[in-house]
Design a binder for this molecule. Structure first.
Ligand code: GLC
Length: 642
């Protein structure tokens, strides 16, 4: 051996040792769990697996979107699972009834069972705050609001109600809960997170999975999805699908906390994150999660003994270096079992069959993936007792309770709240009568902003709820506040709102800051018109994240973080207005699960100089006035320090 080959061999050996050391550091950071196997289930899985051809196996691993496949193609390609994305409805009709959803599901199911007798198809959907794709379903507050309740029993009940709605429509699988532990609230998916405390995310994530999967074998529950594995909420500057820099310990103990709770609850599916991970302790770039074998196989499947299936995100395998959405042996070899390939599914199917035939994907990996898929499918009862009715999709009282418990009072004037039942109220802010703004993203459509009140026949806006409680004659609505004199009223209720968004479309760019009045100047103008006019102003903010609002709070006598309440606006009035005779006023029980910023450039979940810390919020029953004006620092021109 020459000197150079000896040197090369030594370097390779060092690299191998370093790689092994890095892998150990990553895997050892997670607690070891023992697999729990059901012998009868395993026998059923093995019996089914051995009868499948390669094409049937790849069909089980392929997940098209309903807009891109027919029941006939499901039969022809033996497809084992489908999804509807946000804005995917039967017949592309957003008003499709539960019966129409159910009818389409039964057509797909019949086709699948013709192709692979005894192996059912499972249909997944983003039911992330109720069955939010289906008209008439009750929409609950998003996870950021549920985090403010800290109420695991409530979250579990919401899971059960959501599962009932999903089964009513004939579907089987919820791509929920998101278990992100958000580090920078510029992220457009902040509202999908329960909060910044890993222990809270673990506790509520576990409750959500327990609720969703309750009664699964009896056809009442659905498959839950722990997502997005792992570190989706930790990306630098909150850039969606960006890079999370964290040590192996933080990746496990912060971003991984929710997965331990979900596994304790028996979660059967995990969705991989679009984000990438860089080990900030070992200075190792692990790259896109969709190609990360150490975390998907070494940690989740081996170390944590996860026996369910890993599903990719929407064309997510295409982000793995050297891959396209329709051709990625690397992602399957790394541990992905079901590939969500909404529109290019036929190419994916053919490319993957060929990849196995060419030895690029070992048959053992395919068999492991299909074994997991079958294990999941044989764990859920396919016949459901739930009727295909709108009523089965509704739980208004539960949602109203969630709204009440989630509201966080950030500023108040003693004695102002609750408003009297005889109050004459001026309501300003267009969002006061907009169920789109009241529901946020993932509502009827993906982004949620291209909807109107007609899309929410089951919903009650804040304005409607106030009119129901006080009487229409007592409530005047003046959307921009320009046509009324507050002096003619007892109080003003002002609603300010973020425009609904989902995923990266909601990211606050690095050229922006989080000053609400800069991002929504028209709303700020409305408040300006009614403030300081001699009557108290109660301001509610509909938002998917904490925002800088000192200038607006200074114009308000009470300021409420209302998050995105969903369809049950009555829950807002339950706290804003005194109860009818005989009932006790609940006050404000919501407490922040994120810090609330004191400056326009405070994005971090660990901001020490916040207006309110995690756990902050008033009850509304305080007697001490806090009249000190909040400081109003000027915006750093033009952008926040990078
Ligand atoms: C989206 C989201 C994921 C969702 C999936 C299916 O891109 O990242 O949360 O479940 O696609 O809609």
């Amino acid at each position: 051996m020459t000197r150079s080959t000896a040197l090369l061999a030594a370097l390779l050996a060092l690299a191998t040792m370093a790689g092994a050391a890095e892998t150990d550091a990553v895997v050892q950071a997670w607690p070891a769990r023992k697999p729990v196997r059901d012998a009868a289930l395993e026998a059923k899985v093995e019996a089914a697996l051995k009868n499948l051809t390669l094409r049937q196996k790849i069909g089980q691993m392929t997940q098209p979107e309903i807009r891109a496949i027919t029941p006939e193609q499901v039969r022809e390609y033996a497809i084992g699972t489908i999804l509807n994305g946000g804005g995917g409805w039967p017949g592309q009709d957003r008003a499709a009834t539960p019966a129409q959803w159910r009818e389409l599901s039964e057509k797909f199911q019949a086709a699948a069972l013709q192709a692979t007798p005894g192996i059912p198809l499972i249909w997944g959907t983003d039911a992330v705050h109720g069955h939010n794709n289906v008209r008439g379903a009750t929409l609950f507050p998003h996870n950021i609001a549920l985090g403010a309740t800290r109420d695991a029993d409530l979250v579990r009940d919401i899971g059960r109600a959501t599962a009932r709605a999903i089964r009513a429509s004939g579907l089987h699988w919820a791509f929920s809960p998101t278990l992100a532990v958000v580090q920078d609230v510029r992220w457009g998916r902040t509202y999908e997170s329960f909060g910044v405390d890993p222990a809270l995310v673990k506790r509520l994530g576990q409750a959500s999975v327990e609720g969703l999967q309750d009664g699964m074998k009896e056809g009442r529950g659905v498959l839950a999805t722990a997502k997005h594995y792992v570190g989706d909420g930790g990306t630098r500057r909150g850039i969606d699908q960006g890079v999370t820099q964290a040590s192996p310990a933080d990746l496990a103990n912060v971003h991984g906390a929710g997965y331990l709770g979900a596994l304790d609850a028996g979660v059967l599916t995990v969705m991989t994150s679009f984000s990438s991970w860089t080990d900030s302790a070992g200075y190792v770039e692990h790259g896109k999660m969709h190609g990360n074998a150490v975390l998907m196989t070494g940690v989740l499947k081996d170390r944590l003994a996860f026996d369910g299936l890993i599903v990719s995100d929407w064309d997510g395998v295409g982000q793995v270096p050297g891959c396209t959405p329709e051709d990625c042996p690397a992602a399957i070899n790394a541990g992905i079992d079901v590939v969500m390939v909404p529109f290019k599914w036929k190419d994916f199917f053919n490319n993957t069959v060929r990849a196995v035939e060419q030895g690029k994907i070992p048959m053992a990996r395919i068999d492991d993936a299909v074994r997991r898929i079958l294990r999941v499918k044989f764990s859920i009862g396919m016949q459901t007792p739930v009727p295909a009715t709108v009523e089965a999709m509704q739980a208004p009282e539960l949602a109203r309770r969630a709204v009440r418990e989630s509201l966080v009072l950030l500023k108040n004037k003693p004695g102002l709240l609750p408003l009297k039942g005889t109050a004459r109220v001026l309501v300003v802010g267009a969002a006061a009568d907009s169920l789109a703004h009241q529901s946020g993203g993932w509502s009827v459509t993906w982004q949620g902003r291209d909807t109107s009140n007609v899309d929410y026949p089951q919903g009650t806006s804040l304005l409607a709820a106030l009119r129901q409680r006080l009487g229409a004659a007592q409530v005047t609505f003046d959307a921009d506040g320009s046509k009324s004199d507050p002096k003619n009223f007892d109080a003003v209720v002002a609603v300010l709102a973020e425009t609904p968004y989902a995923e990266g479309e909601g990211d606050a760019r690095i050229t922006e800051n989080l000053r609400f009045s800069r991002r929504h100047p028209k709303d700020a103008e409305v408040l300006q018109r009614v403030a300081g006019r001699g009557k108290p102003v109660v301001t509610l903010l509909y938002s998917g994240r904490p925002l800088y609002v000192n200038d607006l709070a200074n114009k308000s006598d009470a300021f409420i973080a209302a998050w995105q309440p969903g369809t049950e606006g009555a829950g807002l009035v339950d706290v804003l207005v005194e109860p009818t005779a005989g009932k006790a006023w609940p006050g404000f029980t919501g407490r922040l699960s994120f810090p609330w910023p004191a400056g326009p450039c405070q994005f971090s979940s660990h901001e020490a100089r916040s207006w309110w810390p995690v756990g902050g919020g008033l009850s509304g029953k305080e007697t001490q006035a806090n009249t000190k004006a909040l400081p109003e620092p000027a915006d750093p021109a033009p952008i926040c320090p990078l």
